[in-house]
Design a protein around this ligand. Structure first.
Ligand code: MIG
Length: 660
């Protein structure tokens, strides 16, 4: 059952697409205080709090405080409170069982038993929101109800399930060709190469640098002939430059966000000074969406939208103030206090709350300060792109994923988990975010595998691949200046290559599970407690997940570990794989086990009485021979395989399912 409650005058987010009539009684479970801004729920000892989508910490969110306020934080750690997305859905399971969605585009604070371990407290910045309360028999069923009101998740093209290679630092056409050649030389399957900001001319959206990429159309067509798709980045900010059509059209037609005086707001990001498109306006969305045509016409069929929290390096006004103050300080004999003031001034220059309070959107003719709808910005940018694709290429799926997001954006694109680090803790966090992202509708997702910032290591590369093998997006991406981490940069390339081959062998299964989850409004990755509901041991597992109804994944996330402890809530089949044809299986009883797994060995489990399909690997997804299926698991089992052409938009579950 779903009940909808209204407080104050909420700004429409369009997260929910189903008409639901308002309930007028009091909100169940919660105490409402602080003039309807704070909602408190008394947690019992056994309660688990799931949800919050893209957030730090565990599958069970209890014991920390979180903030929904989309934030560019490439240095996030355990004590971080907000990341790139805002997904205000919680599912409480214990004494009571219910899901709750705080539909609110501004800042929300979730104190999940941080101040008091027995109190969950949600505080909104203003008392204007819609709250959806969902009750049901099981966790999975509650999620399905929620998903049914927020609309069907985005469907990525099948080629996007292939391996992708990316790095901030590929600067030229020659760089791109070399990446493709190297993968071919080593026989590493590859479906995509990502173009980061350096393909653009002075970081201007929808331009291509003519000297470094003299003919992108030709490059894309050469790459496609080898089964490789180029995926360029698009940033939120539009460079201020006379003669640049996107800038000039935006100014002429009032497509940009305004400052307090009504002038186009100026911030600074990669291109230098920029204006931010007002994606809250449908005119702006229509216009920006059609700009992708320039790249679509070159044969490009995939994009990633970046910097759309939006990230702001600095604003002119604040920079002036900072410079002024630093100037004053430098005139004095700087003591320790002045030194720390100076340090703080410089460190605090980017992504400032005051800057988000200083510009405006136009929503239904009204001027609305950005911070009130901050969390919707990346969502509406992704929507602009997706609706543009619907008009420009109505019959073809285009790959689209975004960095910033809000619930609702899942209908228009996928997401990646933002800038992580080449840290073992971030490998575990990658796993822990998967179910909460699925609850919020984000099925096409993945993290920068092997880690974005910081220096990766050969063993981290291997272990991280052993998780990414299972996620829809499998993209190796790293930051400028970090250790190069294409697989052939390491001595263990023969082993990592085998992991990529296993990925390709699993694609029919991964794709099928993804599509079933999309079309059934279901989860692809579930916490163990969603299925083994009466098993307290299973309910507390933080480092294993169920994939579909067939698998339990158990990646290794500690350096030098030669295996790991695994909890089996039922008898299962252990699979240990060094390559597609180099594997052993063993049936293990319910209970705790230590499972050895050397660095080059992938381990996972097949659930009792189930099987999964496997195929031979290939150079890319287009050359996969999906007619010759092999199976892994219980011989007498059947599997419902979803298959389609992977590119057209109409996807019918019944027609495309077959029992194998
Ligand atoms: O300020 O485009 O998250 O994936 O490589 C950094 C450069 C901007 C952030 C993205 C990252 C990308 C990088 N971008």
């Amino acid at each position: 059952m779903i009940q909808k409650y209204q407080y104050g005058n909420p700004i429409e987010t369009e997260a929910v697409v189903t008409e639901i009539s308002l309930s007028h009684g009091t909100l169940p479970f919660f105490q409402t205080t602080n003039e309807n801004r704070t909602f408190s729920y008394g947690l019992s000892e056994e309660d688990i709090v799931y949800g919050l989508g893209e957030q730090v910490r565990g599958i069970n969110k209890r014991g920390w405080k979180y903030q929904s306020f989309n934030f560019d934080n490439p240095n996030h750690e355990e004590d971080t409170q907000s990341l790139y997305g805002a997904h205000n859905f919680l599912l409480i399971s214990g004494k009571e069982l219910f899901g709750v969605f705080f539909d609110y585009g501004g800042m929300v604070e979730f104190d999940v038993g941080f101040t008091d371990h027995s109190v969950l407290q949600v505080t909104l910045e203003s008392a204007d929101c819609m709250i959806y309360m969902i009750t049901g028999e099981t966790e999975r069923e509650i999620v399905k109800q929620f998903r049914s009101i927020i609309g069907q998740s985005y469907i990525a093209p099948k080629w996007a399930f292939g391996y992708g290679q990316s790095r901030w630092g590929y600067r030229t056409e020659e760089d791109v060709r070399a990446i493709a050649d190297k993968h071919a030389e080593y026989g590493i399957p590859l479906d995509s190469i990502y173009l980061d900001i350096d393909y653009m001319e002075r970081y201007k959206d929808f331009t291509v640098d003519p000297t470094r990429f003299s003919d992108l159309k030709q490059l894309q067509s050469d790459m496609l002939a080898r089964g490789i798709h180029l995926v360029p980045i698009i940033d939120a900010g539009v460079r201020i430059e006379e003669g640049y059509d996107v800038y000039e059209e935006g100014v002429q037609n009032d497509y940009f966000c305004k400052d307090a005086e009504g002038k186009d707001f100026v911030g600074a990001v990669w291109p230098g000074k920029v204006h931010f498109p007002d994606f809250m306006k449908s005119e702006t969305r229509n216009w920006f969406g059609e700009k992708y045509q320039i790249l679509l016409d070159m044969g490009i069929d995939g994009f990633w939208n970046d910097m759309n929290e939006p990230a702001i390096f600095y604003t002119e006004k604040h920079l002036d103030d900072v410079m002024q103050r630093i100037n004053d300080l430098s005139q004095q004999n700087m003591g320790v206090n002045e030194f720390f003031e100076f340090k703080g001034l410089v460190e605090g220059i980017s992504n400032r709350r005051e800057d988000y309070d200083s510009f405006y959107h136009e929503i239904d003719g009204e001027k609305v300060v950005h911070s009130k709808v901050h969390n919707l910005y990346g969502y509406q940018m992704t929507r602009a792109a997706s609706e543009g694709f619907d008009r420009l290429v109505p019959d073809k799926r285009i790959l689209m994923f975004s960095r910033a997001s809000y619930i609702g954006a899942h209908r228009f694109g996928g997401i990646w988990q933002g800038d992580n680090k080449s840290w073992w803790s971030h490998l575990l966090m990658n796993l822990q975010m998967l179910p909460s992202l699925n609850m919020a509708g984000f099925l096409f997702n993945g993290a920068d595998t092997c880690g974005f910032g910081s220096q990766t290591t050969e063993d981290l590369v291997m272990r991280w691949l052993q998780l990414s093998i299972f996620t829809p997006l499998m993209r190796n991406h790293s930051a400028l200046g970090t250790r190069e981490q294409e697989l052939y940069q390491f001595a263990n390339v023969a082993d990592t290559k085998k992991m990529i081959e296993i990925r390709y062998g699993l694609i029919p299964y991964i794709y099928s599970e993804y599509m079933k989850a999309v079309l059934n409004g279901d989860m692809m990755f579930q916490p163990l407690g969603f299925v083994f509901r009466e098993d307290d041991m299973a309910r507390n597992v933080e480092d294993q997940l169920l994939l579909g109804d067939e698998l339990m994944i158990t990646p290794i996330y500690q350096q030098n570990a030669q295996g790991r402890y695994v909890y089996l809530p039922e008898e299962m089949m252990l699979v240990r794989m060094r390559g597609l044809e180099d594997l052993e299986t063993q049936i293990l009883p319910k209970g705790h086990h230590y499972v050895p797994a050397k660095c080059n060995e992938l381990i996972f489990f097949i659930r009792n009485g189930k099987k999964i399909p496997l195929v031979q690997s290939a150079d890319n997804t287009t050359s996969l021979d999906t007619n010759r299926l092999c199976f892994l698991g219980w011989n007498d089992a059947t599997y419902a395989l979803y298959e389609d052409d992977g590119i057209s938009k109409s996807c019918n579950l019944e027609q495309n399912l077959r029992t194998v």
